[in-house]
Ligand binder design. Structure first.
Ligand code: ZN
Length: 316
């Protein structure tokens, strides 16, 4: 988009009004994953030319960037990442691109939950090879903060500040959009509390692929169980799967889901052995493609809650 607009510049400069070149002045920004990309779009609208590296349905854990992704960073005016070890590959990409501009960290100022990091070969921060056994499990920060909509509002504030820093002329627009967006997220937060409130407390349990919903669980009072740890790169052990199957049976858990960006094979086997059906697909760490059920972050949160609530109740 940007490249095409730049090529068109000489023609525009020949006599058309200056505002006709507005396309070419969009601020080039690179976001590490799709949820951040959508948040930036909500705040910056068409002032921004946003390139997302780990796109819809991609798995941002241990993402493998392509050489062309380095190229996208070369002309960028701002990079945006989640932080807390979630997207460290993005930092390596920025170094490879020789990027010297500002990098916004959406989780700045958030005190993270910690979680047990018990899987071998997982590479949130490249430190994975150190922990290869349950007994050696370390506690690491849980990076999935966007799942709590109060924390998502901190993301919005951080991203709006970074945009204002990179593009002071847009300050008013960023402030207005960010404030309207944060208000929508606050309303959505209240809606989620109301929805979860309709489920008897003892039934507020959900099984899903990986530990992406710790913040959601803490914020909205739902217990999430996953055979797979914080990342998605390794298979859970047979022992872990067997323990979870026993728990599903003992507690008559009915809300079992696969995730959009994780391998569903383990969950399907687990559901079959536990004698429960998979109730659908939750969006955990990435959005759906445009036209899908979770094309924006707000749609994603609504989609997940709309699926999870009746499934927890055990309704058909
Ligand atoms: Zn995750």
């Amino acid at each position: 988009m940007l490249r095409r607009s730049l090529l068109a510049l000489p023609v525009l400069a020949a006599g058309l009004p200056v505002r006709a070149t507005a396309q070419a002045t969009r601020l080039p920004i690179v976001a590490s994953f799709s949820i951040l990309g959508d948040m930036l779009a909500q705040i910056g609208g068409n002032r921004l030319d946003i390139r997302i590296i780990a796109g819809p349905d991609a798995n941002p854990h241990g993402f493998q960037p392509r050489p062309s992704d380095i190229q996208a960073m070369v002309g960028a005016r701002l990079l945006a990442r989640n932080g807390l070890g979630f997207d460290s590959w993005f930092d390596r990409l920025a170094r490879a691109a020789g990027f010297a501009g500002p990098i916004a960290t959406a989780t700045d100022g958030i005190t993270p939950r910690s979680m047990v990091h018990s899987h071998a070969g997982h590479s949130h921060d490249g430190a994975s090879r150190r922990t290869s056994h349950r007994a050696e499990a370390a506690r690491v920060p849980d990076p999935h903060c966007w799942q709590d909509l109060r924390l998502a509002q901190i993301y919005v504030r951080n991203l709006a500040e970074a945009l204002t820093g990179a593009d002071p002329a847009g300050a008013d627009i960023y402030r207005r959009n960010a404030s309207a967006y944060a208000a929508r997220l606050a309303t959505l937060d209240g809606w989620i509390r109301g929805q979860i409130g309709t489920v008897p407390e003892a039934r507020r349990k959900v099984v899903t692929s990986h530990d992406a919903f710790g913040y959601f669980g803490a914020a909205y009072g739902v217990t999430f169980l996953a055979p797979q740890g914080i990342s998605t790169e390794t298979e859970p052990s047979a022992l872990q799967v067997a323990a979870l199957i026993r728990q599903i049976r003992a507690e008559a858990i009915t809300a079992v889901f696969v995730e959009n960006m994780a391998n569903a094979a383990t969950l399907r086997r687990l559901a079959e052995e536990a004698g429960v059906s998979i109730r659908g697909r939750l969006y955990a760490d990435s959005l759906s493609a445009p036209g899908g059920p979770a094309a924006t972050f707000e749609a994603m949160m609504r989609h997940n809650v709309t699926l999870v609530v009746p499934a927890m109740r055990g309704a058909a």
